[in-house]
Design a protein around this ligand. Sequence first.
Ligand code: XMP
Length: 513
Amino acid sequence: MKQEMIIVLDFGGQYNQLIARRVRECNVYCEVHPYTLELEKIREMQPKGIIFTGGPNSVYLEDSPHIDPDIFKMNIPILGICYGSQLIAHTLGGQVATAPVSEYGKTEVSVDRSSILFGNVEPATTCWMSHTDYIAKVPEGFRITAYTAVCPVAAMECLKQKVFATQFHPEVLHTVEGTKMLRSFVYDVCGCSGNWKMDSFVSLAIQSLREKIGTGKVLCALSGGVDSSVAAVLLSKAVGKQLTCVFVDHGLLRKNEGDEVEAVFGPDGPYELNFIRVNAQERFYGKLAGVEEPEEKRKIIGAEFIRVFEEEAKKIGAVDFLVQGTIYPDVIESGLGKSAVIKSHHNVGGLPECVDFKEILEPLRLLFKDEVRKAGLELGIPEYLVFRQPFPGPGLGIRIVGEVTAEKVKMVQEADFIYRDEIRKSGIDMKLGQYFAALTNMRSVGVMGDFRTYDYAVVLRAVETSDFMTAEAAQVPWDVLQKVMNRIVNEVKGVNRVFYDLTSKPPGTIEFE
Ligand code: XMP
């Protein structure tokens, strides 16, 4: 049976992938394509419906993105959002003009509940608006189905042609009943049955990777983080032994992490991968000796990583494809007819330059983090790997203030292990965005038993954040902090003091480097 699909045509709006994600949440497969996608291609894809996104332009200007009017003759239901709604009005003979009053933010919208889109939403519902143009006159055959105090056409439709348009953004969570509206579009207008689940993504991705790779060789830099792990397993299911995963243990991983990664992906794990673990600890410590400046440490670690990786790639020889675990938030630019710019995976500190690859594969580039996690679970990756916290590519190298040494790595690994263990036991781990221990370069006097100590101070950090761009220090219960402090000073040799970092971001950063 052919997979039901909705196509999102991207006119440069900020929320293009969010629309796709909301549709996928309704169990209908959805892909974003540039608005320049030819009608012939669309016909071949046989979508059940098409959604036009928003965009920053004014439809009445010549240079703005337009659409072939024949798209409306294809007998495929269409929903236009924001710019997309204006484009429908403009293309079909209505009128779009600068609105006398722009609307931005949460707005109360009055909807006509006889519309198929709004049958089960409140008559006055809060929606997210962001527009300076508006539909001044609807095209012939259309009727107005929603309005606001200042926007006479907040939604319109032509049921006969199955063309719908909303000036507001149903995909944004501030549109309280937006998902219901999208659901009505995909189910009641487009007639989807909702047979798509994350396992369908997994099987579709495997199928298309097989077609693309053929008998070629594939290389993956595996960090043990969620994204590269999911990408590696997906690839291994697709092409088995044609894939080689290189895992560079730079000696700056969390306690036991190297062995955990090897247990899952190595020869004794459930996946039959060609897995190469490079134990490069000494090499990295050597390069980092005497270096204190954080940016310099980052550069050294990144460059050394690439060197090790290249050496391994050369040993394998003639690799056709390099896999990257890029996910949607990593994609810097997309749409408007241009293919997305590939971001060098910040976990591996950039792409190798002197290794020849025919192509880069990014099988997760359409997914959001939580979708990647779902795909990981579908692929049978253990939960503790799937729900791992973000961990910087340069690892503990930047969680040790000042010079990195093997002894200091051991201290921070032990302290961090205790901290994470106690946080997990206290049950607050799922509420925290990120939490870890770092090692300061401050030593101070203490007393242990009858002896004077002169040891290092550990800092505990825990933040609440949703986007990692801003963060607040989390209120970890005092008794948990005290228990952690007790264990650290007792169990970690070389540490005699523990601090808790109260700094938000900004002005601080999440990492402590
Ligand atoms: P900052 O410290 O900049 O961190 O507030 C924001 C988020 O990014 C993570 N981070 C990194 N992730 N490579 C990565 O893959 C890096 O070099 C890197 N530096 C910071 C950090 O852990 C936090 O989640």
